[in-house]
Design a protein around this ligand. Sequence first.
Ligand code: TMP
Length: 227
Amino acid sequence: MSSAASQRGVFITLEGGEGAGKSTQIKRLVARLAARGIEAVATREPGGTPGAEAIRGLLVTGDVARWDAVTETLLHYAARREHVEKTVKPALQRGAWVISDRFADSTMAYQGHAGAVGAARVAALHKLVLGDFTPDLTLILDLPVQVGLARAKSRANTAGANTAGANAVEDRYERMGLAFHEALRKAFLDIAAAEPQRCRVVAADTDADSVEAALWAQVAQRFKLPL
Ligand code: TMP
C-alpha cells in the first residue's frame, strides 16, 4: 500500500455494546497494519477532536436522564461532524487508514433502536449532517450483555483512579439497564444483517488474541492483505 499516498485511505469502524474490548483491539489492528507498512490513525467517538472530546464529556457522564433523547442525538452528531471534518477526512485524504472506536451505527443502535429517537430520524439526521459518508468496513464485536457489562464495570474500577475530576466516570450508558443493553445487542446484529457488504460480526466473548485473529481475518480478506 506504499503507493497509496495519493489514494484515499480506508475507513474502518468498530462497534458493539459495552465491554466488547474495542479499544484493545483497535491498538492491535493499528499495529498489524503498521507492520504491513500501512499508516493507520486510531480515533474514537464521541471524540477525536478537542471539541468533540468536550461534547463527549457531556454525553458519557452524569445522570442517565440528563438529556432529552433528540438533544442527545444532536450532540452525538455535532461531535461526529467535527470528527469527520477535522480528523477522519483529512487523514483519509492523505492516504492514511482511519480506525474509529464507534461511529454512526452507535447512534442508530443506542439512540435510534434501543433509545427513543427511532431509526428513521437517526437516518435522516445522518443524511443531513454527513450525506453518504459511510465506513468501508464495520466490525461489530458481539458478546452476551451480562459479560460485556461485567467487563466494563471492572475496567471502570481499575481506571477510576486515573480519571481527572470527581465526575469523570464514563458510565452513563452502562447504567441504562439490562433491557436497554439487550435491545442494543439486537440492534447491532440487525444492522449487520441489513448491510452484509459493509458489516462483519465477530464474537468477542473469547480471549483478546482470538478476537484479534478473527478481526484481522476479516480485514485481510476485505482489503486483500496478506494474513
Ligand atoms: P465508549 O467509547 O467507552 O464505548 O463510550 C462511549 C459511550 O457513548 C458508549 O456507552 C456508547 C455511547 N454512544 C452513543 O450512545 N451514541 C453514539 O453515537 C456514540 C458514538 C456513542
